[in-house]
Each structure stands twice: as C-alpha cells, then as structure tokens.
Design a binder for this molecule. Structure first.
Ligand code: ARG
Length: 466
C-alpha cells in the first residue's frame, strides 16, 4: 500500500533529501578527480590562449582567465580551495571558482570545448607524466641490478627449474635476467608514451566544433606530438589508460616474481640473502624471526594492480562510441595502480640494493643435488663422441652410484666412474666442479662470468640512452 514511503525508508538516513542526494553521491567524482587539478588548469590555459589567438575570445578576457586559473592553482596548492561535491567534478569546481574570481569572462572559457574532451586531455596528461615517473623508477631498479650483477658476476648459485636445483648458474646471471625483464617493462612504457602522445582537446563533445579553433596549437602547447585525428575517437578512447594499466600489471608481475624469490631466499632453509632491517620486521611473539614484509607486500599488491587492469577492461568492453559516464570509472583504477606501482618499484629497488648476499650458502647449494650431471653428459659427448642420449643414460648411472655412496658427483673416484664407462679419464673432474661448470657456459646469453660481464657492459651502454 504505502510503497513510496517504504522505498524512502529504504534509502535511509544518509540520503536525507531523497533521490537528488543519491544522484549526487553516485555522480560526483570530485573526491578522486581533484588529483587532475594541475592538468585541468594547464589544459584550460592552453585552450584559452588558442581561443584568443584565433580571435574567438578577446585578449583581455583571455588574460583574466589565465590570471584567475593561476589564482585557483595557488589556492589548491596551498589548501585554501573549497571543493564542492555539488559541483560534481574537478572541471566544474574550477570553472565555478573562476566565475567567482573574474565574473562573466569565465563563461567564455568553455567555448568550443566540452567536458568530454577536457577530461580526456586531463587524464592523458596525467598518465603521460606518470609514465615518465615509472620510466625513471625502472631505470633506478635496473641500475641496482646491474651493480649487484657486477659484484656477483662469478658468484655461483643453483639455477632452478620446477624449483628443483637444475644446473649451477651465477647470481650475477640471475640478476641480469631481471635486468632483461625490467628493461622490457621500460620499453613498454616508452611505447605507450609514444602512442598516447596525441591530444584529444578540441574534439569538443564528440563531433568537433564550428569555431575556427587550432587543435595543432593546443596539442603543441600541452607537449603532445599532434592532435588526435578523429573527434569521436578522441573522446571515447581510453587505450592510453588501459595500456598504462597493462604495462603496470606486467611490471608488477615481474616485481612479484622477484619478491617471491627474495622471500624464499631469505628463509633460514635457503639463507641465500639477508634483508636489511629497513625492509623487514620482527615478530611480536617470536623473537628469532625476521619477516620479509616489504617483499610480501610487493607480492600482495600485484593483485591490486592486475585487478585495476581487469576492472577498466571490463568497464570499456561495453561502451558504444563515444563518451558514457561509465568512463568516469577510469580514474580510480589508474590513480591507485600508479601509486601502488610507484611504491612497489621504490621498495624493490631498496631491497635489491640493501640485501646481503650469502655467497657461501649459494655455493654450497650450487654443488648439491648433482647439479653438474649435465656437464658430465656433455663431457661424454664431447670427449668420447657418444650420442647425447647414451651419455645421458651413463650419467644417470653415475648419479645413482653417487647417491648410493652418499657423495657428490665430483667425489666419485676415477675407478667408480670407469666402472660405468671405461673411456672416462681424469680430465672429467675439470667439469664436475661447480665453478668450472659455470665457467664453461660461454654460449651467447649463457651463465659464464665472462658472458655475464659482456651483458652488463651491453646494458650499461644501452640504459644510458633508454
Ligand atoms: N567527470 C566526468 C568524467 O570523469 C567528466 C566528463 C563528463 N562529461 C559528461 N558528458 N557528463 O568522465
């Protein structure tokens, strides 16, 4: 019976004024898009200058507009600006304040523009700036790895497959694998910047404008290579945000794999590295513990970054051209992913720089688990001319014998080895030692210290230009 009253009761206390308050709550973005204030003001100044130069507004009005916008910038930066939810978003908050400050001239700023191209240009500028920040952070992390690789080009450690010790490698080589991964992330950032370097400003609501604007001028003033060529695409495209989230998710995944290794390496069972106190915490109850919290948080936060990518992809998949309010949901994903990634990169760079490497523990583990078995098989092929499959079989028997005798492969006697194949000579011991195994892997990209040093030199040179 009393339907209307019942639903009002359902809306409840916080929406005291009914549907209008709910509309305001779902519609407003000012709580998060205020982050775009500097880009919004920059965009508006460039737009107003272009409007004056093309004779669409007067020079006097343009001066008032720029002066007012700069006042607003100062107000926001000193914390005296009053943001209003009623004014929905950053664009309308700034414009309303401009009207307070300079009067009717403020109303001319929005000529030949819409919030659709305005928000697109603001977010693009923000994401582009963030991409430059990520590029710098990546360079810092890569440099940290290059330094550690140089220090440990000849430090042997077990290389793993299936998390089982497989063949000995060097810690420097392992560090250089991360250099490759983060350098690919860096090149993805550069690619993304290249593609997002086009300005949507001047597309207006969606169809362009009948005013004689100069989009090339605003593009240039805002540091873009050129204007976007299609007005519909200009206001509906969020690929730049998706690409940023995509590269962020891949980079976060790399950071998470590294975090996982650091967590494993710093267990007492492995003891390969010790984290500095600045990147670990103690336990409130177990005094012996030192927990790799920062690494665990890097691993954990990866879920968030990837979640934001999936979130925005899901928002965009249902969007017909051109703009829809759904797209307002792009910002929180981008902002949180950026803040999270920046923090993850900084924490990981610190950890890599600070951690103490336990070369003795690495060396001991590198020799365990018959890690030079492949070297024995290769020796049989090289020296006795056996087919690899047969060499593999003979090596298997040598491993079984070593297991029986509870010794390492290099601790079997020559007689033991000759009982398996009479052709084996004392020369074989030169490859059974871990250090020699590593030294022998001189193929391009291999783990030999000489090769690792070559790769370090290559990346140092390349990074200077990256
Ligand atoms: N706050 C909006 C957003 O972030 C600005 C664009 C609004 N445009 C519109 N036609 N309602 O997407």
């Amino acid at each position: 019976m009393n339907d209307k009253k019942a639903s009002n009761q359902m809306w409840g206390g916080r929406f005291a004024s009914g549907p209008a308050a709910i509309m305001e709550a779902i519609n407003a973005s000012i709580s998060f898009d205020r982050k775009l204030y500097a880009q919004d003001i920059r965009g508006s100044i460039a737009h107003s200058q272009m409007l004056a130069q093309t004779g669409i507004i007067s020079a006097a009005d343009q001066e008032k507009i720029t002066h007012g916008l700069n006042t607003i910038l100062a107000e926001i930066e000193t914390g005296t600006f009053e943001f209003s939810t009623r004014l929905e978003d950053i664009h309308m908050n700034v414009e309303a304040r401009l009207a307070d400050l300079i009067g009717p001239a403020a109303g001319r700023l929005h000529t030949a523009r819409s919030r659709n191209d305005q928000v697109a240009v603001d977010l693009r500028l923000w994401v582009k700036d963030e991409c430059f920040r990520v590029a710098e952070a990546l360079k810092g992390l890569i440099t940290a790895f290059l330094d550690r690789a140089e220090e440990h080009a000849a430090t042997v450690m077990p290389g793993f497959t299936h998390m089982q010790a497989a063949q000995p490698v060097t810690f420097g080589h392992h560090c250089m694998a991360y250099v490759e991964m983060f350098a690919r992330d860096l090149s993805r950032v550069r690619d993304a910047i290249e593609r997002m370097d086009e300005s949507p400003l001047g597309a207006a609501a969606l169809a362009g404008t009948s005013f004689p604007i100069d989009r090339h001028q605003t593009a240039k003033a805002l540091g873009f290579r050129e204007p976007m060529r299609n007005s519909l695409d200009s206001v509906s495209d969020r690929d730049f945000a998706l690409e940023f989230l995509g590269l962020a998710a891949i980079c976060a995944t790399h950071l998470s794999r590294l975090a996982e290794e650091i967590i494993i390496w710093s267990t007492p069972q492995f003891g390969f590295v010790r984290l500095s106190d600045s990147f670990s915490t103690g336990s409130s109850i177990m005094p012996q513990k030192k927990n790799p919290d920062a690494a665990e948080l890097v691993r954990g936060k990866t879920g968030r970054v990837t979640g934001h990518l999936v979130g925005l992809l899901t928002v965009m998949k249902g969007m017909p051209l051109t703009y829809g309010k759904d797209m307002q949901e792009d910002k929180e994903s981008v902002f949180d992913a950026a803040e999270t990634l920046d923090l993850m990169l900084a924490a990981m760079t610190g950890m890599v720089r600070d951690m103490t490497v336990n070369t003795a523990a690495m060396k001991k583990a590198a020799g365990a688990g018959y890690s030079t078995a492949t070297d024995l098989a290769d020796w049989l092929v090289r020296t006795l001319g056996l087919p690899f499959r047969e060499a593999h079989h003979i090596t298997g028997r040598a491993v079984a014998l070593a297991e029986d005798k509870k010794v390492g492969l290099d601790r079997l006697s020559l007689e033991d080895l000759q009982s398996i194949h009479p052709g084996i000579s004392a020369d074989v011991f030169s490859v059974l030692a871990v250090q020699n195994s590593v030294k022998s892997r001189t193929s391009f990209g291999g783990t030999a210290p000489s090769e690792v040093r070559k790769q370090i030199r290559y990346w140092k040179k390349r990074l200077a230009k990256a």
